[in-house]
Design a protein around this ligand. Structure first.
Ligand code: SF4
Length: 259
């Protein structure tokens, strides 16, 4: 594989359902840019939670790096990175620009906090796949597990997700991270998910180093049973694809391994 320092694109993306995925990080700052402070975040704590969308990395810079990509097999192109991608105000513009020059499906990993905003809703509709976080069944569990910035309510997140599903024709997956603090809410979360008609439910537990311990395969297996009405995959069952190795240090940075 080539030796080149990419700053805004990376691979592999730390998602187990996207195959060999090229990551795009429109935030790409030393510190995480997020409006949540999830207990299990592999990037560590959120130092300055922000709800404001702004420009961090220009679309041109991303396109310039994609332009220099060698000929490697890529299954998907995924917007993720060091924080919440919808906080980048050029998300929609960059999705469209990437789609104009690449043939791979475009995915976005989001915590769903801003889906209720009209601009974010419209921008996410440009993606082929949206993988949205849903770790809670109530405001109380939302506060414990996701620790959102002030002003972000669980009810608004649920409403935003349902509204998005109603006019989104692409693949919507709900990714649910189960830890000790929300494992007993699995049945209620499954009930809320029904109103969103997701194409897929991804049951996760933190297998990478973070502040939380993973649930065992047996406990996760019990949780999966509550989601029998959906097409459901769990992190313990899925196949690991062979990965695209691109700029290893930048990939590790997005997993909180390099500061
Ligand atoms: S939403 Fe993602 S980046 Fe933000 S704190 Fe949670 S896990 Fe970390």
């Amino acid at each position: 594989m080539m030796k080149r320092d990419y700053r805004y694109i990376f691979g592999p993306v730390s998602s187990w359902r996207l195959g060999a995925s090229l990551g795009i990080d429109l935030l790409s700052q030393e510190r995480k840019i997020c409006n949540f402070d999830c207990l299990y975040c592999q990037l560590g704590g959120t130092q300055a939670p922000t709800r404001k969308r702004r420009l961090y990395v220009s679309t041109d810079k991303v396109l310039a790096e994609i332009d220099e990509l060698p000929d490697v097999a890529i299954d998907t192109i995924t917007f993720s990175g060091r924080g919440e991608p919808t906080l980048a105000q050029n998300l929609g513009e960059t999705i469209l620009a990437v789609r104009a020059i690449r043939r791979e499906p475009v995915a976005v990993l989001t915590n769903a906090s801003l889906m209720g905003r009209e601009d974010v809703h419209e921008e996410l509709r440009c993606a082929d796949i949206v993988i949205a976080k849903l770790d809670a069944s109530s405001q109380a569990i939302f506060q414990i597990v996701n620790r959102p910035a002030p002003g972000i309510g669980f009810g608004d997140v649920v409403t935003g997700l349902k509204k998005f599903r109603a006019d989104y024709g692409g693949k919507l997956a709900l990714q649910i991270m189960f830890i000790r603090e929300n494992r007993d809410a699995a049945q209620q979360i499954a009930g809320i998910a029904e109103g969103m008609c997701p194409n897929e439910i991804q049951i996760n537990t933190p297998l990478r180093p973070c502040r939380e311990s993973p649930l065992s395969p047996e406990v996760v297996g019990g949780i999966v049973r509550y989601f029998h009405a959906f097409r459901t995959v769990s992190v313990y069952e899925c196949e690991r694809p062979s990965v695209l190795s691109l700029s290893p240090e930048e990939t590790l940075r997005r997993r909180g391994k390099v500061v």
